[in-house]
Design a protein around this ligand. Structure first.
Ligand code: NAD
Ligand code: UPG
Length: 484
């Protein structure tokens, strides 16, 4: 078989960009991206795509209608396909056994059942979603229990490693493409088919093949290692703030060791995004179920440190603002979980804002890409507050950052958008309440310049105040005792 027709179930942050790149690089393949959400498909077929990713629009514009199609006709697309990617969401379970930790695989199971029901010929089914190790076994079980005569399936694991904000670049130049398959002749043939697709643009040495279980576990392990690096440097940032060391200098010195490397060592207000926490919790759950409590505890600490980091930052803001933010306006710059995306899933900004709202602060929020309705929805959702009406009255969303800072006591930077570095902070300082503070949760601003303008500044992993040792020792912060 040579794959001529590909279907991708799930037109989200992974399915959309991944299949757009496949269609772009493989003009000899017809690609149908399907979703149960009519709204999502409508947006993919419009000028305003449902997700923001640099360069995505150009790729979609070039292929849509040529060999790339977005449709709700799931059954027809599955029927016509030789190879089917499953790219549906696998969020943390919010109910039942494993609630709050295990991955919810109901969407994966639904896909497997639909594929079994409508397929008429041989298909390769590819797990692209991130799943617990041995999930392919359950998919195989469902498919084989429902197989009709003349139909056969091969299941592959092909986890996706793209990061949001750089998805197109990551897809075009992946560090590696990982394909896991059954160790049999039919398994090897299916792996070869998928490899052939990637061979259109990925050098052969970057395409790695493993067993299915190794592939599934490698995805969870990769995210766990990445998240662990962020939590490790964030733990060091707390030590820096307590001792007078500077986490940027420490990270640079540590990262120069070629065995450690310099990437993913930027201390921050905490990691966010739909993947790290979910996949870590999933790993913890798997370890617990396998009776490996020490392993579970080890990885649990990575997410605990992340919660500690964002809470610590929020507390520091309150502390520096003379221990009260009640009725004070604070300008919040950034709500997305990282720059170059409009995605707010698990964004640390939500948690920091929620903490400040609990303390009675009024928040003037500005983000260049997150929709107003999304910010309102996130901050009023039941997992964050049981007082949505009160929260609504305390938040205002701005299109203009210069309006957001008017009469504010502080600027709080929660996403590392490049544009924040270019703002006219002199102009901002003029219209703010004095003393005016900047709390830089992403370490992106020029603090020396801000101090010259009259701001009092605080950032992650570095104290600009003389009272750092006193405050970090847990003693009460004496009002009016800061010195830039
Ligand atoms: N977001 C990322 O950067 C990223 C990167 C690598 C891997 N992943 C993994 O990829 C998977 C998808 O993530 P995402 O961020 O694209 O999720 P998403 O929520 O953006 O998209 C999933 C889509 O699947 C659709 N869907 C769910 N069940 C369906 C069904 N039965 N039939 C048709 N459509 C269905 C939903 O409507 C939704 O549009 C997850 O397992 C995630 O962990 C995500
Ligand atoms: O040095 C760093 C690097 C990242 N972050 C934060 O960590 C989070 C995650 O960032 P990143 O990994 O760049 O984005 P994601 O889109 O979540 O991508 C991760 O999760 C995806 C989903 O599984 C994987 O495919 C990617 O390989 C993996 O990087 C964001 O809040 C970042 O701000 C830091 O605080 N410091």
């Amino acid at each position: 078989m040579v794959v001529k027709n590909v279907c991708c179930i799930g037109a989200g942050y992974v399915g959309g960009p991944t299949c757009s790149v496949i269609a772009w690089k493989c003009p000899d393949i017809q690609v149908h991206v399907v979703d149960k959400s009519e709204m999502r498909i409508k947006q993919w077929n419009s000028d305003k795509l449902p997700i923001y990713e640099p360069d995505l629009e150009d790729v979609v514009r070039e292929c849509r209608g040529r060999n790339l199609f977005f449709t709700n006709n799931i059954e027809a697309a599955i029927k016509a396909a030789d190879l089917i990617f499953i790219s549906v969401n696998t969020p943390t379970k919010t109910y039942g056994i494993g609630k709050g930790r295990a991955a919810d695989l109901k969407h994966i199971e639904m896909c497997a059942r639909t594929i079994a029901e409508v397929s008429e010929g041989n298909k390769i089914v590819v797990e692209k979603s991130t799943v617990p190790v041995r999930a392919a076994e359950s998919i195989t079980h469902i498919l084989s229990a429902n197989t009709k005569p003349g139909v056969s399936f091969q299941i592959l694991s092909n986890p996706e490693f793209l990061a949001e904000g750089t998805a197109i670049d990551n897809l075009l130049n992946p560090d590696r493409v990982l394909i896991g398959g059954e160790e049999s002749e039919a398994g090897a043939a299916a792996v070869a088919e998928l490899t052939w697709i990637y061979n259109h643009w990925v050098p052969p040495e970057r395409i790695i093949t493993t067993s299915t279980w190794s592939s599934e576990l490698s995805k969870l392990a990769s995210n766990a290692f990445l998240a662990q690096r962020v939590s490790s440097i964030n733990a060091i940032s707390a030590l820096c703030e307590a001792t007078g060391a500077d986490v940027t200098q420490v990270a640079s010195a540590v990262g120069k060791d070629s065995r450690i490397g310099s990437k993913f060592l930027t201390a921050s207000v905490g990691f966010g995004g739909s993947c790290f926490q979910k996949d870590l919790l999933n790993l913890v759950y798997i370890a617990e179920c396998l009776n490996l409590p020490e392993v579970a505890m080890y990885w649990q600490q990575v997410t605990d440190m992340n919660v500690y980091q964002r809470t610590r930052f929020a507390k520091r803001i309150v502390e520096c603002l003379f221990n009260t933010v009640a009725d004070k306006s604070l300008a919040v710059f950034g709500f997305a979980f990282k720059k170059n995306t409009g995605d707010t899933r698990e964004s640390p900004a939500k948690y920091v804002c929620s903490h400040l709202l609990e303390e009675g602060a009024r928040l003037n929020i500005y983000d260049p890409k997150v929709e107003k309705i999304q910010i309102e929805h996130d901050l009023t959702c039941p997992t964050l507050t049981n007082e949505p009406e009160r929260v609504k009255k305390l938040i205002e969303i701005f299109d203009d950052p210069y309006e957001a800072v008017r009469d504010a006591h502080a600027i709080v930077v929660l996403t590392e958008w490049d544009e924040f570095k270019k703002f006219d902070y002199k102009r901002m300082h003029e219209v703010m309440k004095k003393p005016a503070f900047v709390f830089d949760g992403r370490k992106i601003l020029d603090h020396k310049a801000l101090i010259k303008l009259g701001f009092h500044t605080e950032t992650i992993g570095k104290r600009f105040t003389r009272n750092s040792l006193l405050r970090s020792s847990g003693e009460h912060f004496p009002a009016f005792a800061w010195t830039p």
